[in-house]
Design a protein around this ligand. Sequence first.
Ligand code: BES
Ligand code: ZN
Ligand code: ZN
Length: 443
Amino acid sequence: MQQYIKLATFNLANNKQDVTIKVVNSQEATNPYPQIEGDKISFEYTLDKISLESINALCSKIAADVKAHNSGFNLEIDSSLNAELIIESLLLALSDINIFKSSYTEPQTYDVYMSEQLAASYPSAYSRATAYNLTRTLNHLPHSLCNSQTLSESIVELLDDPRFKITINRLSQCQELEMHGVLALSQGSRYEPAVIRVEYSQGSGKRVGLVGKGVMFDSGGYNIKSGDITSMKTDMAGCGAVIGTLKAISSLDLEVNVVAYLMTTDNLINEQAYIPGDIITYSNGVTVEVGNTDAEGRLILADGLLLMEQENCDVVIDIATLTGNSAVALGKSYSPIFSTNDEVTSIFTSLNETSTDKVWPLPIASEYVEFIKGNISDIRNTSSTKNGGSIIAAVFLHHFAPNTNWVHIDMGAMSRKEEFGAPVNGFGVRLLTNFIETYCTKS
Ligand code: BES
Ligand code: ZN
Ligand code: ZN
């Protein structure tokens, strides 16, 4: 992949700079106005609760002030705040995401003077920013540059670490592995599907499985979407989040065991495309009638979850832009999380306090199984009721992970939130990285 958002960097300076950037919590706030003393100028910013919006607003302001002064700076962050997250976000804010504008400017290296303690958090903040930046880049690229073909050609280079064992399954391997959901979707595309398996085995702890929805463009298929569908190039954001997470765990050198499946294909239309009424028979024997070709994500995740049955994971997590209904259920600040294990759920929700990627549990409601019962098949990919769309999708997926510690994250609502001047972000990278760190190394 040629076009790539370049990331700003810090050069850790030994000498004090003329500009001082001070981030404090609201109790410590003293003066919102810049303090000027001769050549020196000092800015104070406050941060209260951590959210994607508050961190982004803070870092956008800092980036604007730093750029306006076109100089290095002293960075001070109150010890009560998550310095690593602030530095990560600042690196992202100082980088121009708009690579397709002729006004695009390459980011700079800034001389930054920090305390020893703060400087110690820079390398991991930079690693995390690199991972996040990779994900938002993939989400930002149009389908012509980021599709199952280009991704499978560049995944080794993107992950860039020999500790990853990477297997790329194209059409014939998908046939051998009986991935009938992926095969059904890929019929409509000129690109072969790519189901990419990535393994990172370090240390002897728990093993986490990740499955990412990689619908590289979701037109809706023959149940074609109406209105503006340009944003549906980001229907691979679950896959993007998994790639960024893999990047993060390797850059941070985490001693963890992770196996991932990137489920990439398209939901497009041609003469061969799958159509409503088709029946898909999965490798576990479950038959699914296609009630709606736009409920395609669950059809390919089903294959991914079935592949995970062979992987002996302690927990399997899928992440997907699965339903628009996720925004109806929880709004745009929390992603629904569905889990068969309460302990795992509580690890996820406990991470909410210190992260931008917030989740909240919804039930895998057995009462709703009847709504997806098929007339001529076992189940359907659509519901007989219009309510509870996110839960219905989870209930569908549960048929393909019946005996696993399983988590499903529906990031539909979060995927298109604007960040730093473009309608994409890297939701999921922080969430999954923090989870893996906590689950594998601390419990
Ligand atoms: N990719 C969409 C969900 C989506 C919509 C994500 C908007 C982000 C923003 C998914 O494939 C889809 O179309 N879901 C349908 C399901 C319905 C047909 C049962 C939906 O949510 O409307
Ligand atoms: Zn769809
Ligand atoms: Zn979709």
